[in-house]
Unconditional design. Structure first.
Length: 120
């Protein structure tokens, strides 16, 4: 006979394996956004006379990379349907920074080549 105080054995626990589906992402669009933010933060200082000359070279590289990754990110957004906003924002920020660089360089060149602009 069995012990009246014993309990029946516990049933075996069942494990349920659930596959996690990761949402599609757009890494190029995100890289474009981050590089565009870095470029514009450095690029707003480009019109400052001496500091701007140094920061123009520093802002140029992230701006160009933001434009490149922005175009790649927009192409990926057409395929996957995600990340279009980040890619577009990075693309705009990159082009704005490049525009600031070009306009400021042209103004500096015009000022430097104008006779009498450096003294009496």
């Amino acid at each position: 006979m069995s012990d009246p105080h014993s309990f029946p054995p516990y049933p075996q626990q069942q494990y349920v394996y659930q596959q996690v589906v990761k949402a599609p992402s757009n890494g190029s669009g995100m890289a474009s956004l981050v590089l565009g933010i870095v470029a514009i933060v450095l690029g707003v200082w480009i019109p400052v006379p001496f500091l701007g000359l140094f920061l123009m070279f520093l802002a140029f590289v992230p701006a160009v990379l933001a434009v490149i990754f922005g175009h790649v990110g927009l192409a990926a957004a057409r395929r996957t349907g995600t990340g279009r906003g980040g890619a577009l924002a990075g693309l705009i920020l990159g082009y704005v920074t490049l525009g600031i660089s070009v306009v400021t360089t042209c103004v500096w060149l015009v000022y430097a080549t104008t006779p009498g602009s450096f003294g009496p």
